[in-house]
Write a protein that binds this ligand. Structure first.
Ligand code: ADP
Length: 492
């Protein structure tokens, strides 16, 4: 099976969010199970030729934007492990420091930059001789690809029978541009309809992908259901509901080589499942590092997060006094909204023995928090997939989450009675519901034998990319079947 994965950002080349992690890890996992993968992305300024050992491809490509033929180069590189990555090289469009814009605002020519990217992708694949069985596009920046394939490559033997899949990583970003940009796309106005790419009088690039892909995928089953409702659908709930039969959800994995408590060099002591002492050594070292006293037998709660409303910081801040009243300790690592910086910094000042607040982004401290805490908090308002809960499970830290999106799919509430479950789960988005789960966790922590079982179960779970990659292969087959059926219909 040959899969072309199209993404605007891929680790280790360029990253603004989780999409880049997925686009870097999934191809590697697919390759390991025998799928032939090629990745296509733009070449931003940071994608340095020397640093990444890129080679300029002999062929150039041209694609039309705004009626003009625009030429670009192709660079060839690879992911660790060898998967080929093809970079569309057009310095005028992509040779910038940022991917999409600065904190002051998006680049004003994003419609042109990413329309061109989508137009050029099939040309890049033709130039390098990669004939995909499946084209897997990601988020709005590559959303127009499935439509262009239908519109301009229907009779092209390089793309006969190519199935299309779009993965939505966060529905909040849709690539919406004013109707006056239609001339850039090369599409006729017949596409500018409510059944097509029109969205409240504007062009919506993500919608193009949702309407025209054979299969739609999201990063968890629950998020796939949630986005069909007005509360989570960001205006696209109607489109998504209409395509419910083709809508799936595959939870992301984590890289088990990167996140491994038995090998992680940042830890005070390496440990595996069942090694209670090793885990405790990390807790002690973390408390010392943070300047918190070792209080013996009290649970340590942690949170590592963007400090944004999406992440449930409002209900968490309302709960803090009551939580600290239970005698627990609390460590936070994050950056984001100023109001939360202030609020939590103040909280640490007034509770120096119980609270440590670390404002900033620190990947090394993050691993030590995953390893050294007892309970990891994710009280999110919405969470397409979430990685923190998967990492904490691997590091023997019990996740406490709100039942939404990927959190609902990966964390099951612990029951004292049955001894089943891998974490603590609450449903209502309220500090009351959150506190109920916190109290359940504190009570469970008292029973050392049961807690050890809970921790071990989490550590022994398989949340690796291998498992997710196998799910993706099933989806790719579905997309190929749909594409084949369409061809048969057309031939009949
Ligand atoms: P999102 O992508 O919505 O921010 P995820 O849970 O999917 O949330 O992924 C967040 C990732 O970023 C996790 O791996 C988390 O550990 C990491 N992270 C978030 N904030 C920080 C920070 N301040 N320092 C270090 N790592 C962080």
């Amino acid at each position: 099976m040959k899969v072309a994965l199209i993404s605007p950002e891929v680790v280790p080349f360029a990253k603004t969010g989780g999409l880049a992690d997925v686009s870097g890890a999934l191809p590697k996992a697919l390759a390991r199970i025998g799928v032939e993968v090629a990745v296509v992305m733009p070449r931003y300024r940071a994608v340095d030729e020397k640093k990444f050992g890129l080679v300029r491809h002999a062929r150039k490509v041209t694609a039309k934007v705004d009626g003009r033929e625009v030429e670009s180069g192709i660079f060839e590189g690879s992911l660790p492990g060898g998967v080929k990555v093809y970079f569309l090289d057009n310095p005028a469009y992509y040779g910038r420091d940022q991917l999409y814009g600065t904190p002051q605002g998006d680049y004003p020519d994003n419609a042109e930059r990413f329309t061109y990217f989508c137009k050029a992708v099939p040309e890049v694949l033709k130039a390098v001789g990669f004939k995909p069985d499946v084209m897997h596009v990601n988020d709005w920046q590559s959303g127009l690809v499935p439509l262009y394939l239908k519109e301009f490559y229907g009779a092209d033997p390089d793309f006969t029978g190519t199935g299309t899949v779009i993965t939505v990583h966060n529905l909040g970003y849709q690539g919406v541009f004013w109707a006056e940009d239609m001339h850039l796309t090369g599409l006729g106005w017949e596409h500018f309809t409510p059944d097509g790419i029109e969205f409240y009088g504007k062009i919506n690039c993500l919608k193009a992908g949702l309407v025209h892909s054979d299969i739609i995928n999201t990063v968890s089953k629950t998020y796939g259901k949630e986005i069909q409702t007005p509360e989570y659908g960001c205006g696209l709930e109607g489109v998504l509901t209409a395509r419910d039969a083709d809508l799936y959800g595959i939870v992301n994995g984590i890289d088990y080589d990167e996140w491994d408590p038995e090998k992680d060099k940042n830890l005070a002591q390496n440990f595996g499942a069942g090694d209670v002492k090793g885990k405790l050594a990390n807790k002690k070292a973390l408390l010392k590092e943070l300047g918190l006293p070792a209080t013996g037998n009290r649970p340590l709660f942690g949170i590592i997060s963007r400090l944004a409303d999406q992440k449930g910081l409002d209900i968490l801040s309302e709960s803090m006094d009551e939580m600290l009243g239970l005698g627990v300790q609390f460590v936070m690592l994050g950056t984001g909204e100023e109001k939360y910086h202030k609020l939590f910094t103040e909280l640490a000042k007034t509770n120096p023995r119980q609270v440590s607040v670390n404002i900033g982004f620190d990947a090394k401290l993050a691993t030590r928090i995953y390893a050294g805490t007892d309970v990891f908090l994710m009280p999110s308002r919405y969470e397409p997939c979430g990685l923190g809960q998967l990492i904490s499970l691997r590091y023997g830290t019990v996740p406490l989450v709100r039942k939404t999106g990927g959190l609902a799919d990966t964390v099951k509430n612990y029951s004292v009675r049955t001894g089943k479950g891998n974490g603590f789960v609450f449903t209502d988005y309220s500090s009351r519901a959150l506190m109920k789960a916190v109290k359940a966790a504190v009570a469970a922590y008292e029973d050392k034998a049961a807690w050890k079982g809970l921790v071990e179960r989490g550590m022994n779970e398989d949340n690796s990319w291998e498992r997710s990659a196998r799910e993706y292969v099933k989806l790719y087959r579905k997309a190929m079947d749909k594409a084949a059926a369409k061809e048969e219909d057309a031939a009949a």
